[in-house]
Design a protein around this ligand. Structure first.
Ligand SMILES: Cc1cc2nc3c(=O)[nH]c(=O)nc-3n(C[C@H](O)[C@H](O)[C@H](O)COP(=O)(O)OP(=O)(O)OC[C@H]3O[C@@H](n4cnc5c(N)ncnc54)[C@H](O)[C@@H]3O)c2cc1C
Length: 409
């Protein structure tokens, strides 16, 4: 957002409570992100810094079946690369901050925003806390980019807990992970687990370090009555490919946990403010969508902000087209994720079918915005309906309890 606003000549200040570099979850990207990086002139930085190139994704079923996709199978408009990146977020986020600064953004690190200030309904500043002092900073417009802290969502009580997903993740970095055959070694690998919505990610951070994370419904962790380490170790022994990958693995940092992370906001724009990235919405990370949502939300929101500065109209109504556009895209991610969890073998089947593969791949690349319909999701829904209707269907026992009817969320 800083980069977009600075490029448009709008004076902006990024207020960041931590000091970068700081670690962060969310290390694997989708290829549509490349477009935004290119637009803000950040692609050369990604190339210069030698982040691991991600050419595809590979899934491992509990019975040892493996299937993969490569991004190059479906060329994307405006994306010249057939790869995206896996990143050490402490490095990436610092570089992005520096990039915004180089374009003109002012950066305040170690400064916590306590609350957004309002004149009636209209946001007109922020109260910050720095070195034990509270100071009010007036401004014309506030962008909430506070991630899962959801500053405005909490302050205005706009936050709505996801009615379906309540996942819990345990993750750490390892050395000596066997990443598999040379061709797919730098893919993201997803290992399915035989537990409720359970899977493990394998993300290469650099030549030596691999990020591994166990994700499952929170009840699985709660009912295990295990400490974090034994919980993690139990699950990495439950998929044969994963056992192979982790045979000689040595953990090199502390386990981190992430919980309660799926939610939406009843509105993401208001008079004089809007929310982007995780501060606006968080959907389950199975398809590595988060960073791309953060990037596209910044892009689309900045267009409305530039317009607001040009017209002097900072009203909720003037900003609403951003909300509609972002919700449209993220809802497609959300539908895709729900259908995936509803019937796992369906995803496997669709990705391996000639008819549907490219359309599924298009979603996995992150092509979710400005689409009025997504026929492949309709086809998935029809398939699920057939399975639900037939007691004798081979996949009947694989259906989960995930609701896939319209959710007002
Ligand atoms: C288990 C898990 C796995 C994930 N895996 C992936 C993945 O593989 N790929 C992917 O793309 N995404 C993934 N994500 C999602 C990804 O982490 C986020 O979507 C992404 O980081 C969102 O970026 P953001 O800029 O909105 O927020 P953040 O990156 O969280 O940045 C928010 C910043 O705001 C600062 N801040 C917060 N509150 C305040 C305040 N009051 N005042 C000042 N500063 C403040 C924070 O210090 C932080 O630096 C995953 C998420 C989870 C939970």
């Amino acid at each position: 957002m800083g980069a977009f606003l600075s490029k448009a000549g709008i004076t902006n200040v990024i207020i960041e409570s931590s000091f970068h570099p700081r670690s962060h979850v969310g290390e694997s990207m989708v290829t549509s992100s490349t477009r935004v990086f290119k637009e803000i002139g950040f692609l050369p930085v990604l190339e210069r810094e030698g982040f691991v190139r991600k050419y595809g994704a590979s899934w491992h079923a509990p019975d040892g079946d493996e299937f993969a996709i490569e991004f190059k199978e479906f060329p994307q408009d405006g994306v010249e690369q057939d790869y995206t990146y896996h990143v050490d977020r402490s490095k990436l986020d610092l570089l992005m901050l520096k990039h915004a600064e180089s374009l003109g953004s002012k950066i305040l690190q170690g400064v916590h925003v306590k609350q957004v200030l309002f004149d009636g309904q209209r946001a007109n500043g922020v109260r910050i806390s720095v070195a034990g002092q509270e100071v009010d900073l007036p401004c014309k417009f506030v962008v909430d980019a506070s991630g899962r802290n959801t500053l405005i969502g909490n302050q205005l009580k706009l936050k709505v807990k996801d009615p379906v997903f309540d996942q819990y993740a345990v993750h750490a970095w390892f050395k000596n992970v066997n990443r598999g055959g040379a061709h797919t070694a730098n893919f993201i690998h997803i290992y399915f687990l035989k537990i409720e919505r359970g899977w493990v990610w394998q993300i290469p951070i650099n030549e030596e370090i691999t990020s591994m994370g166990v994700v499952a419904d929170k009840t699985v962790y709660r009912e295990s009555h295990k400490d974090i380490e034994s919980y993690f170790n139990t699950h990495i022994t439950s998929n044969p490919d994963l056992v192979r990958a982790m045979k000689d693995a040595v953990r090199i940092n502390e386990f981190k946990t992430e919980g309660d992370y799926s939610y939406g906001l009843s509105k993401i724009v208001g008079d004089g403010f809007l929310c982007i990235g995780d501060a606006a919405r968080f959907v389950d990370p199975i398809f590595s969508s988060g960073v791309s949502v953060a990037l596209y939300s910044a892009k689309y929101a900045s267009e409305r902000i530039v317009n607001a500065f040009a017209t002097g109209d900072f009203s909720e109504a003037a900003l609403k087209p951003y909300e509609t556009r972002l919700r449209g895209g993220v809802n497609i991610w959300y539908e895709f994720i729900r259908l995936y969890y509803k019937l796992l073998p369906l995803f496997t089947h669709f990705i391996q079918s000639k008819k549907h593969r490219l359309e599924v791949l298009r979603l996995l690349q992150g092509e979710v915005y400005d689409r009025s319909d997504v026929p492949v999701l309709d086809a998935m829904r029809r398939y699920i309906a057939t399975v639900e209707k037939s007691d004798s269907h081979l996949l009947r026992s694989k259906l989960t309890s995930i609701p896939i009817d319209d959710l007002n969320f």
